[in-house]
Design a protein around this ligand. Structure first.
Ligand code: 5AD
Ligand code: SF4
Length: 510
């Protein structure tokens, strides 16, 4: 997107009963262009633009002096990480963080659009904040994240939630200083949502949550266009960060004492496909990262279609590359997968699993599954059940299909009644729970490596952490072990967690 197009999408919007857009021309020189899912679908041929050195303009420094910000995050780890970036920008502007809306001067809802219930929660919250805005008119209320990229959501907010002060999209996060400044000056709803964006911006400030585990974006966007999914529209086209920037960030995290890094992207296996100057994929990146002195490296989320042999070979080298792979399958029926436009069959998926298990015998796999996709038959659902058993997943995130406006699946006729969808979900969940409990039983008496994150949520006398395969372990141990990787002997297994005792000896591992 060039500067001209960019300007065309930068907007201040008037609520219908307030003053006209023209009055705000001193802040904005263009008319409002709503976000467009249709525009977002057009994948530009233009090259990815890299902005190497993001800087906050001096004129905005001090904007937040004496003020506090509060961000509520919905959805996936990508959103969590975006929140860290926004928190970094707020902090650089002089704002202080608060955990309570009561003393916040700015409240941001970083939203998720993946299913309808995620959206409904946000609309509910916006309704609640109306009273707060009435009490404290100086409070700024903002909506950002994936929902802001949807035309229908922006229209609904403009019409029904006029107490919102700003809406900005997933491609506009780095513009937060300008957006805040505009919102303070104009007292009108500021909407800045770019429909598509090819940029990768480096050197964004980040205020990371905790100092043990960190997320590192390796790529943005998704070009897969699975027929049910809104993400390719809300997150734009696939664009990868340059390896040297990622490697430098991971090195820096290692030097700061972080113990675990999760590489993030909507489809990490497509990493590097957009590089014009070199053949470089996730396998190459992981091969470099494994040499860095950081104990644990994970990645999420994978797409089976792009999971190549080179990556499997590199993962098989082990070391700090963990052998837990989250590999969303979505359905066990080739017919359903075809209508979902997943671009692989049941057989391809099973073959990929076979290759992974052959190269990494200890690998554990988890997955995502959608039930009740339009016209899914009983037989097709049974194929999902049988695939689940055949692969032997450790666990799964399971969902009832939720139509998303603007996606191809939302236009499909659906003959599966909601009660049937719910029954299928229940049956699948029973299988997921049963398998998880069985897998957990195998840990009884074993010794596992646990990265200790802190006190358990339910009991401050107990510590909690995660194994290499991402199993939650609660155990008694000294507080000094927080932030360390320790050996824990498992004494009791549950469906979703393990209990154990910390041991000193260096014997046996997971
Ligand atoms: N309805 C239900 N589940 C969905 N997912 C993505 N889109 C939808 C939808 N429209 C699920 C997929 C994906 C996970 C993040 O959310 O399983 O892997
Ligand atoms: Fe994350 Fe997707 Fe939800 Fe956006 S829509 S927050 S990318 S899960």
């Amino acid at each position: 997107m060039n500067e001209e197009q960019r300007k065309q999408q930068q907007t201040a919007v008037k609520s219908p009963d307030k003053k006209s857009v023209k009055d705000y021309s001193k802040y904005f020189d263009t008319t409002y262009v709503p976000p467009s899912l249709k525009e977002a679908k057009k994948r530009g041929k233009e090259e990815v633009a890299y902005q190497e050195n993001f800087q906050i303009s001096e004129q905005y420094r001090g904007l937040g002096t004496g003020k506090k910000f509060y961000i509520r995050t919905y959805g996936c780890q990508m959103n969590e990480h975006d929140t860290e970036v926004m928190a970094g920008i707020f902090t650089a502007l002089g704002f202080e963080h608060t955990d309570s809306v009561d003393d916040a001067n700015v409240i941001l809802l970083n939203t998720c659009a993946i299913r309808e219930n995620a959206e409904n929660k946000v609309f509910g919250e916006l309704g609640h904040f109306k009273a707060l805005k009435r009490e404290r008119p100086d409070l700024l209320l903002g909506v950002c994240g994936c929902m802001s990229q949807e035309e229908s959501v922006v229209s609904k907010i403009l019409k029904t939630y006029q107490h919102v002060d700003m809406i900005f999209g997933t491609h506009n996060i780095h513009r937060l200083p300008e957006i805040l400044d505009n919102a303070y000056k104009s007292k009108e709803m500021v909407v800045e949502v770019w429909s598509k964006e090819g940029d990768v911006i480096e050197n964004l400030p980040r205020k990371r949550k905790g100092n043990i585990k960190a997320w590192v974006n390796i790529m943005y966007g998704c070009d897969k266009f699975c027929t049910y999914c809104i993400v390719p529209y809300t997150r734009g086209k696939e664009r990868s960060r340059r390896p040297e920037d990622i490697i430098q960030e991971v090195r820096h995290l290692a030097a700061q004492g972080y113990k675990e890094v999760t590489l993030l992207g909507q489809n990490v296996n497509a990493y590097g496909k957009d590089f014009k100057d070199m053949e470089y994929g996730l396998g190459h990146l992981m091969d470099e990262l494994r040499k860095i002195d950081i104990p644990r490296i994970r990645f999420t989320t994978s797409h089976p279609r792009d999971f190549d042999d080179h990556l499997i070979d590199v993962l098989a080298k082990g070391g700090n590359l963990l052998d837990h792979i989250h590999l969303p399958v979505q359905s066990g029926s080739s017919e359903c997968l075809k209508i979902m436009a997943r671009k692989y069959t049941r057989e391809h998926y099973l073959e990929l699993v076979r290759k992974i298990k052959e190269a990494i015998p200890n690998a554990s796999l988890t997955t995502d599954i959608i039930v009740g996709f339009p016209n899914e038959t009983d037989e097709q659902f049974e194929e999902t059940i049988s695939l689940y058993k055949e692969v032997g997943f450790d666990s799964a995130y399971t969902f009832i299909y939720s139509p998303r406006e603007g996606t191809p699946a939302a236009k499909m006729k659906d003959n599966v009644p909601m009660n049937v969808k719910k029954q299928r979900l229940q049956r699948l969940n029973a299988l997921v729970n049963e398998t998880s409990a069985q897998k957990m039983k195998e840990y009884d008496g074993k010794i596992v490596n646990v990265l200790v994150e802190g006190e358990s949520k339910n009991n401050p006398d107990v510590l909690a952490g995660y194994t290499e395969k991402n199993k939650l372990v609660n155990f008694k141990g000294p507080k000094t072990s927080i932030g360390q990787i320790v050996k824990v002997k498992i004494t009791e297994t549950k469906t979703w967690s393990l209990n154990g005792e910390m041991i000193e000896e260096e014997i046996g591992v997971e």
